[in-house]
Design a protein around this ligand. Structure first.
Ligand SMILES: [Ca+2]
Ligand SMILES: [Ca+2]
Length: 392
């Protein structure tokens, strides 16, 4: 440590100490050889998963990770069992294939008292149809490092179920208002995003038990419409609230035209009538500026980044990034940093991660956690590079 040349093992030990939060962590949680300083952070490989889709931290510091084939995993990050993975049983049967399978997992805001978790997944329907579903359950943990979901109840479904295995979206978030927010993709069927008899291509706002809040913008327009907060969306894999309680989303454009949107109550974001991208078969879609009645994106990406998940950073470990957005990219193999300025936003920086990236999450200590996409995908922890020793 007296030299500025840190060995990888030393770096890992430092980061482990930094992450231990008072527990006696003697084992490094990461493989020292994987420590890699590639930017304003060092990246440590912590574990591997098969086709992970989402993750969320428990209050005790352990990490829940979903795998698309239908497994819910529990990873220990601290103490003698660091690196050990257990499984949570009781997950409903998922319709795995294409973009579908087990999706998001989040905790109820009062999880510490009610142990409630919410999961999203693709569910088979009649014939060859499918749709996203959201279930609420109680998480029961056992002493062996695993556990079980009980009291599993489906509280929301995409309507109607349709053919195909794409654009489920089904990202979940609790807002500062205590409501459950769901992104519902248009299932590659285009027009449903504008059809209020369908909840496809919408942002959904519900009470924590799945009932519809009385103050939703279309509350008086019938069962499905009453769930809707905003419409005209395509494939929304990221929703996040900023420090002012404002909701933002990102969505995959068609050929071109990925978007970052400031999500407004009752707003229509125009898909498939307008998009700054065009159809994959070459047919043009009029750009946003031709139809000002539809809300235009705050950022539009062509070439696309293929945004797959979103956090708005509120931690202390990267003080310069407080309030910034972070988006993982699939085709762009990147982590994209977003700076907000009131109602506007811009891409501030892009980190090449060298792999399709599936999910970003903020850790309890303010480090950033990333999941790669696909089989044998790495879970990475990003932390600030250690500062050179003052005595050095
Ligand atoms: Ca997450
Ligand atoms: Ca266009």
């Amino acid at each position: 440590m007296t030299q500025r040349l840190l060995t990888a093992a030393c770096l890992a030990a430092l980061l482990t100490a930094c992450n231990s939060q008072g527990t006696n962590a003697t084992e490094p949680v990461a493989t020292p050889a994987q420590a890699d300083a590639a930017g304003p952070f060092v990246s440590l490989e912590v574990a591997r998963f098969d086709e992970p889709w989402a993750m969320t931290f428990l209050p005790d510091g352990r990490l829940l990770v979903t795998e698309k084939r239908g497994k819910l995993k529990l990873l220990v990050l601290q103490g003698a069992d660091a690196g050990k993975t257990g499984e949570i049983g009781g997950v409903p049967e998922v319709d795995y294939g294409g973009q579908g399978g087990l999706g998001d997992v989040i905790l109820h805001p009062d999880f510490a008292n009610n142990r409630r978790v919410y999961i999203s997944y693709a569910e088979a329907g009649e014939g060859d149809t499918r749709g996203a579903a959201v279930a609420r359950a109680r998480l029961n943990l056992d002493a062996q490092g695993g556990g079980r979901l009980t009291d599993v109840r489906v509280i929301w479904r995409q309507v109607p179920k349709v053919t195909g295995q794409g654009h489920y979206s089904h990202r979940l978030a609790f807002g500062p208002d205590g409501h459950l927010w769901i992104s519902s993709g248009e299932r590659q069927k285009f027009d449903p995003a504008q059809d209020m008899a369908s909840n496809l291509g919408k942002i959904i706002r519900l009470n924590d038990d799945g009932s519809v809040p009385d103050d939703n913008p279309f509350a008086d327009q019938g069962e499905v419409a009453s769930q809707v907060w905003s419409l005209g969306h395509r494939n929304v894999l990221g929703i996040a609230f900023d420090g002012n309680g404002q909701l933002w989303n990102h969505e995959m454009g068609p050929k071109g035209g990925d978007e970052l949107n400031r999500v407004e109550r009752g707003g229509n974001y125009g898909y498939p009538i307008v998009s700054n991208g065009d159809h994959y078969d070459g047919r043009p879609i009029p750009d946003h500026d031709t139809r000002p009645e539809f809300i235009a994106p705050k950022i539009s990406w062509t070439p696309v980044i293929s945004p797959s998940s979103f956090v708005i950073y509120s931690g202390d470990l990267f003080p310069a990034w407080k309030g910034n957005g972070f988006i993982t990219g699939l085709s762009s193999q990147s982590l994209v940093r977003i700076e907000f300025d009131g109602e506007s936003a811009r891409e501030a920086e892009r980190f090449d991660m060298g792999h399709r990236m599936r999910e970003v999450e903020q850790g309890p200590d303010g480090s950033l956690w990333l999941l790669e996409d696909g089989d044998d995908a790495r879970l990475l922890q990003l932390s600030p590079p250690p500062q050179p020793s003052a005595q050095g």
